[in-house]
Design a binder for this molecule. Structure first.
Ligand SMILES: [Zn+2]
Length: 453
C-alpha cells in the first residue's frame, strides 16, 4: 500500500505498516540464516582488526572460521563494561577492541561515567547510518509518521540517546531537537509547536504530566502529544506504569531499550505494545544465567548478552549488559517476526535478594501502579533485623481516598506476596510524601549495606 510522504522522504511508496517489509516479516529460519552469515563475517572482522579479540579468541582456542551455527558463539569469551574500560585505559583513547583505522571513526558517544571513567563508543560513517536507519524503522513501527512533530528531550552531550532524533528526521517527521530543558520550558515548546510525540524517561513523563497539571495545563486537553517514547528505566516495560502515564497524558507510551556501548535504541515497542522488537539484523541476543553463563529457556529471566553483527568500528562480542530480561520469538500481532524483549526486569546490580528470593524494584512497581487507591509512587526499604531481612514497601494513597488505610495495606501486602513470594510490610503514606523523581528514579533504600542503590 502506498502512503503519502513528505518532508524529504526519498522513497515515494512504503508499506504503510513496515519500514523494511521483507526484512521485518521474514520467517524465523530466515532470521537465523541472515544472522549466521552476518555473525561469521563480523567475527572475522573482529579477529582481523582488533588485537584484543584476536588474542582472546586464540586464548579460548576458537577461530571465526570454525563457526558453522549461531550456537557456536558460546565458545567465544565474554566481555563486559570492565573489559571495555580497561582496554580503553590500556590503549587510549578508544581501546584495542576497535577494529578499524582511526580515520574511519566519525562519531563517538560516551557513557555517563556514573560508575567509573566514561567508556566511549565509536562509530564509522556506515555504523552511524545503519543506526539511524534502524531508529527510523523502530519509530515507524511505533506509529510515528511524516505528519508528526517530534520533540526529542534527551541529552545531546555525548549521550547515545541524543542522535536518535535523526531517526525521526529520516522518517520524515518534523524533529524538534529540544534536549534536556527545565520542565516549564519543555511544556512551553510542546505547546508552541503542538508536538505530537516526545521521548523521555518514564519517571520524567510522569513528573512532566504532573507539573503541567499544577500549572493549570491539562496534557490531555491542552497539549497535542499522542505518543510518548520512554527508555532508561524498567518502568517502561511494566504495563501498569505505562497505563498510568497514558491516562495522565491521553497518549500511547512506547518503551525503548538502548545501550551507550552499542546503539541509542536496540529495541522498541510497535503499536501492539506487546514486548520490544529487537534490532536483530544488527545485534544478536543471548539470555544467560548470570551465575553459570548457560542459556535460559525462552521466556525465563536471565542476563542479556549482546553480540554486534555489523558495527565495524568496535565490535562487541558477547557483551554482558548486566540487564535482566526475558524474551520471546513468537510472531507479534503486528506481523513482525523479530525477537522481542518481553520484560526488562532491572539491572543485575539492582536485584535485591530478600530471604533468598530474587526481587526487582520493577516487581513492586507493577503492584503499586495497579491499585487506583494509590498515586503510583513507591519506595522499598530493606533492613536486617535480628539477622532477618525485612522489606517495607512505602506507597501513597491518592488525594481524597476515604477507605480504610489498614485494609489497603493488607490488600497490597497480599498482592506483593502473591506476585513475588516475598512478605512485605506495607506503609500507606499521605499523598506527596515520597520524593518525586525527575530523571532516573531512586526507589530502593537498602539499609543492610547502609547505602542507596
Ligand atoms: Zn509487533
Amino acid at each position: 500500500m502506498a502512503v503519502a510522504l513528505r518532508k524529504g522522504q526519498k522513497e515515494q511508496s512504503r508499506d504503510a505498516r513496515y519500514w523494511a517489509p521483507v526484512l521485518e516479516t521474514q520467517s524465523r529460519s530466515e532470521w537465523r540464516r541472515l544472522k549466521l552469515a552476518l555473525l561469521k563475517e563480523h567475527l572475522h572482522h573482529a579477529w582481523e582488526g582488533s588485537p584484543y579479540y584476536r588474542s582472546t579468541f586464540e586464548a579460548a582456542g576458537i577461530r571465526p572460521d570454525q563457526v558453522t551455527e549461531l550456537d557456536d558463539l558460546r565458545h567465544f569469551p565474554f566481555i563486559d563494561k570492565t573489559v571495555v574500560r580497561e582496554r580503553q585505559l590500556a590503549v587510549p583513547p578508544f581501546g584495542d577492541l576497535v577494529a578499524v583505522p582511526e580515520e574511519e571513526i566519525v562519531y563517538i558517544s560516551a557513557s555517563s561515567g556514573s560508575t567509573g571513567i566514561p567508556t566511549a563508543s565509536p562509530f564509522t560513517a556506515r555504523d552511524f547510518d545503519d543506526w539511524i536507519d534502524y531508529e527510523a524503522r523502530q519509530f515507524w513501527s511505533s506509529g510515528l509518521r511524516p505528519t508528526d512533530r517530534y520533540a526529542h528531550s534527551l541529552n545531546f552531550s555525548l549521550f547515545v540517546g541524543g542522535p536518535c532524533v535523526l531517526g525521526a528526521q529520516k522518517l520524515g517527521a518534523l524533529s524538534i531537537h529540544a534536549g534536556t530543558l527545565p520542565s516549564e520550558r519543555l511544556l512551553a515548546i510542546l505547546r508552541q509547536f503542538q508536538a505530537t510525540a516526545i521521548w523521555t524517561t518514564p519517571s520524567y513523563a510522569w513528573y512532566l504530566g504532573e507539573t503541567a497539571l499544577k500549572e493549570g495545563i491539562d496534557p490531555k486537553r491542552d497539549l497535542a502529544v499522542r505518543r510518548i517514547f520512554v527508555a532508561g528505566e524498567p518502568g517502561g516495560s511494566i504495563p501498569e506504569t505505562r497505563s498510568r502515564i497514558e491516562a495522565l497524558w491521553g497518549a500511547g507510551v512506547y518503551d525503548y531499550y538502548g545501550l551507550s556501548d552499542i546503539f541509542g535504541s536496540c529495541a522498541g515497542m510497535c503499536e501492539e505494545k506487546d514486548g520490544l522488537h529487537w534490532a536483530e539484523d544488527h545485534i544478536h541476543v543471548e539470555v544467560l544465567n548470570p551465575d553459570t553463563g548457560e542459556p535460559v529457556a525462552e521466556g525465563g529471566r536471565g542476563e542479556l548478552v549482546l553480540t554486534t553483527l555489523k558495527k565495524a568500528a568496535r565490535p562487541m562480542i558477547r557483551f554482558r549488559t548486566g540487564d535482566i530480561v526475558s524474551i520471546t520469538t513468537e510472531p507479534c500481532r503486528c506481523g513482525r517476526t523479530s525477537l522481542r524483549l518481553r520484560g526488562i526486569h532491572g539491572r543485575l546490580d539492582d536485584m535485591l535478594i530478600i530471604k533468598g528470593v530474587n526481587l526487582f524494584p520493577s516487581d513492586i512497581e507493577a503492584v503499586a501502579r495497579q491499585d487506583p487507591a494509590l498515586t503510583g509512587e513507591y519506595r522499598l526499604v530493606v533492613e536486617r533485623i535480628n539477622h532477618l531481612d525485612r522489606l517495607t514497601v512505602e506507597v501513597e494513597s491518592v488525594r481524597g481516598f476515604n477507605g480504610s488505610l489498614e485494609e489497603l495495606a493488607h490488600r497490597l501486602s497480599r498482592h506483593v506476596k502473591a506476585t513475588t513470594g516475598v512478605h512485605a510490610e506495607v506503609r500507606v503514606l499521605a499523598p506527596d510524601t515520597l520524593p518525586r523523581a525527575t530523571h532516573k528514579a531512586k526507589r530502593v533504600d537498602d539499609r543492610r549495606q547502609g547505602v542507596w542503590s
